[in-house]
Structures are given as C-alpha cells and as structure tokens.
Design a protein around this ligand. Structure first.
Ligand code: FAD
Length: 435
C-alpha cells in the first residue's frame, strides 16, 4: 500500500491555472511543504496556447522548458527547480481518479492518497472526440487531437513522417484555424472542413470571418464549409487515408486534426459540488459551495460582474487571473480579511500566419465593421464594435499595436454610449482611441 501525504493546500491539475496559482502562493509567502500540485501531465505547468502555435513551427519550434508559466504574460519562467526552491511539491504523472470532498482526500490511479486542508480544482478541459459520437473509422491512426504536450509531440512526429502529405482539419474554431495555418507552414496540403457558414461563428461576424477565410485561401489553405466528416477510411496499417463528408465528397488525408471543442473535466466532483453551465459553480472568489474547495480556470462557472451574469470562460487570460484571485482570497480568509470581487473583462486572442487579433468584452448586439479588411492588403487592419442598448460592449481588432489593443480593452470596459452607429464605422479605431 502506498503512503498517504498531507498538505495544507493541494492544486489538482498542473496547467495554466496551477502555474499562476503557484506563483501567487509563493508571492503570498507559502511555507515549504505546504503546497502540492498534482498533475496527470509529466511536466511542470506551461503556457498551453503555445501548443497550437510556435510548438508546431517547422523552424525553431518552441519546446519546454521554454514556455513554462508564467512567461506567457511576461512573468518569470518557473522551471521545476523553481518549485523545489519554494518548497512546492510537484507531483507529476499522477492522475487523480477519486475525489472525496467530505473527507478532504484524493486518490491517484496508482492508489496513493493525498489529504488537504484547502483544495484548488484546476483540471481544465478535455477535447471532444469524434469517437464520442461514434463517427465511423474515427479511431484510425493519424487522427489527432490537441490538448497537451504529449498530443503535440505525436502531431510533430506525424508531420515529419507525412512530409508534403495531405492534412484535413476538422473544425473551424480557433484551434482549427491555428492548426490549419501551422500545418500549411509545414508544407502540408491543408483542407479545413466545418459545418458552419463561416469560421469561428461563436465570435466572428461574417465580415470578420471573410477576411480570415480569404487570407487562408491566398495562402493555399482549402476551405470546405457547410458539411461535416461522417467517416474515415484507413489502410491495412490502420492509418487514416480519407475523410468522408456528409455531402458525399471524399478527401484524401495522411493526417487529420480534429478541433471540435472541449469539455470541462469535472466528473471527479459530480454530486459533491453545485454545477452550472457545464462547470463548477463558484462565487466571486472562486469558492465552491464546499468549504475550503475552490475551482478556477476552464472548470469554474463564476459571476461575471460586468454583465451581471454567471459564465464559464475557457481562455488563458481568465485561467491566470482566476487562479490569482482564488489564492488571494484563500490567503485573505486565513487572516480574516477579504479581497475585492472578481471583476473580469473577457479577453481572448489568437495568432496564425502573420495575423494576430484580440477581442475584449461581450459579442452581443449589433455590429459595425471598420478599417481595411481586404485579405490581399499587405497591412490589413480592421475591427468590429458590438453595440447593445446604445453602448459599445465588445471590440475586436486585427493587427493592432499594443496601444491600440489597450484602447479597445478600455472601451470594452467603459462601455461608452454611441448615438449613431454610423459614427463608429466612419471613425473606426479613432473612436476607441479617444478614451
Ligand atoms: P489546463 O491548462 O488545461 O490544465 C489542466 C490540468 O489538469 C492539466 O495539466 C491536466 O492534465 C490536469 N488534470 C486534469 N484532470 C486531472 C486529474 N484527474 N488528475 C490529475 N491531473 C489532471 N486560450 C486563449 O485565450 N488563447 C489562445 O490562443 C489559446 N490557445 C490554446 C491552444 C490549445 C492547443 C489549447 C488546448 C488551449 C488554448 N487556449 C487558448 C485555452 C487555454 O489554454 C485554457 O483556457 C487554459 O489552459 C485553461 O487553464 P486550466 O488551468 O483551467 O486548464
């Protein structure tokens, strides 16, 4: 039987939130031996967004230890030694298979028990798989998903093995768009397939999407819209060879990458915590209904003060900030103090080819497109305002300078009134720069 270990604080999950929580604990003065991070992954917390970007570059790709947290937001790079120096125990390659919140204990797949006084749930998301829906042939070799470094390494090997081959990307979200670009940079023949009328439909308007689809087409990426993959053919080795589409078309493929969304990993806590919107319900300090149990990052459904709504946010900026908020709240409560409520301004970004966009706020209401969104322009710069109840509530900007991105963030936070929507189209970015 394996030994039982006890800690004052345990973070379950070793991703983005865990890395930023560890930094906050260290800043607040955690004592050696008080904090443990238990992670299924074999490596210390890292900046996950790199996996669909620089990690897959054909030249000078990003590799660990280069992108451990907290470099993604300009912070210190926490190597494994950093955790050792701070007396923070990194328990890697360890999957928790049972969580009993009533007895403050976690059990690993190897049978080890971990006790805690305070638990921070930071298990993030898992990918949705085509096999989950029983798509025919979806278990063939060389059909990939991307969530962690191990997934990325498998994809890197396949890119090398299938040099100049054909790749099909299933899904038109940001992961699909980033992967489509980076596989093209690797000289693969890339086709993207998605059912919606345009890419990133949850955020992009048709006007925004038209730019990216045009730009990708100019780069030689083929886009097939309005249909889905219904099956896969494979060869005698079990390797995928073709993607069958609902509309009857069949596309040759040596590599398939699927990016059809994620699902928060909360099953360990089913029936033990309140759930909402697919996540674990928390207050503005990321505290769950269970005393001394907090949930942060992708798994947390929290009050988004700015919109008087409760929401779940699956983006890296929130993973970082929610982790910091939870640790501040934990430490403050120990001293009988409180911290301010979380007051988050939603922020999301993506990068591919030479493109880079940022979005702040809420994408609800009417929209106004401004700027030069001609995909053939050498320096295209454009954006979109979202207007609800006569106020600007969200702003998107492609190719903004740091100052311009700051300006759009400010507008999304301030929500200035607009009298005439036309004014925004004419003024464009100048409107945002006034604040
Ligand atoms: P994660 O970072 O996913 O960490 C969860 C950790 O928990 C993992 O280490 C996992 O192995 C571990 N774990 C789970 N279950 C268990 C268990 N039972 N036992 C032990 N350990 C467990 N967001 C953006 O805003 N911009 C981007 O450009 C962007 N790009 C992305 C690219 C990719 C490829 C991916 C996958 C995500 C991207 N995201 C991006 C989203 C962002 O990375 C996530 O929102 C963020 O990582 C969430 O942080 P987290 O700590 O909640 O979860």
């Amino acid at each position: 039987s394996m030994a039982e270990k006890s800690f004052k604080y345990v973070i379950i999950g070793g991703g983005v939130s865990a890395g930023y929580a560890a930094r906050e604990f260290a800043q607040q003065g955690v004592k050696p031996g008080e904090l443990a991070i238990i992670s299924k992954e074999k490596v210390a917390p890292y900046e996950r967004p790199a996996l669909s970007k620089a990690y897959l570059f054909p030249e000078a790709p990003a590799r660990l230890p280069g992108f451990h947290t907290c470099v993604g937001s300009g912070g210190e790079r926490q190597l494994p030694e950093w955790y050792t120096e701070k007396g923070i125990e990194l328990i890697l390659g360890t999957e928790i298979v049972k969580a009993d919140l009533a007895s403050n204990s976690l059990t690993s797949s190897a049978g080890a028990t971990f006790k805690y006084d305070t638990l921070l749930i930071a298990t993030g998301s898992t990918v949705i798989r085509l096999t989950d829906f029983g798509v025919q042939g979806a278990d063939a070799k060389n059909i990939f998903y991307l969530r962690d470094v191990e997934d990325a390494d498998e994809l890197v090997d396949a890119i090398k093995a299938k040099k100049d081959g054909k790749a099909v990307i299933v899904g038109g979200g940001y992961i699909g768009l980033e992967l489509g670009a980076v596989l093209k940079l690797n000289n693969l023949d890339v086709t993207m397939v998605y059912p919606e009328p345009w890419c990133m439909p949850r955020l992009f308007t048709s006007g925004i999407a038209a730019f990216y689809e045009g730009y990708y087409a100019n780069k030689g990426v083929k886009i097939v819209k309005g249909t889905v993959a219904t099956g896969f053919d494979s060869d005698a080795n079990g390797e995928v060879k073709a993607v069958k589409l609902k509309d009857g078309r069949v596309m040759d493929a040596d590599i398939v990458v699927v990016g059809v969304g994620g699902r928060p990993l909360i099953s360990l806590f089913k029936g033990q915590v309140a759930e909402e919107k697919g996540g674990i319900k928390t207050d503005a300090f990321f505290k769950t209904g269970v005393p001394n149990v907090y949930a942060v990052g992708d798994v947390a459904t929290f009050p988004l003060k700015l919109y008087s709504e409760i929401r779940r946010v699956e983006h890296v900026d929130h993973a970082r900030k929610s982790a910091e908020q939870a640790v501040k709240a934990i430490k403050a409560s120990e001293e009988g103090k409180t911290v301010d409520e979380y007051d988050y301004l939603p922020y999301f970004y993506s990068r591919s080819f030479n493109l880079s966009w940022q979005f702040y706020g809420d994408n609800v209401g009417d929209t106004v497109l401004f700027g030069d969104n001609d995909p053939a322009s050498p320096e295209a710069k454009f954006g979109t305002y979202w207007i609800k109840d006569g106020k600007v509530v969200g702003v998107f900007l492609e190719n903004g300078t740091p100052e311009e991105n700051k300006a759009i963030a400010k507008v999304a936070r301030l929500q200035p009134p607009v009298e005439h929507v036309d004014q925004l189209a004419t003024e464009g970015l100048a409107f945002a720069s006034k604040f």
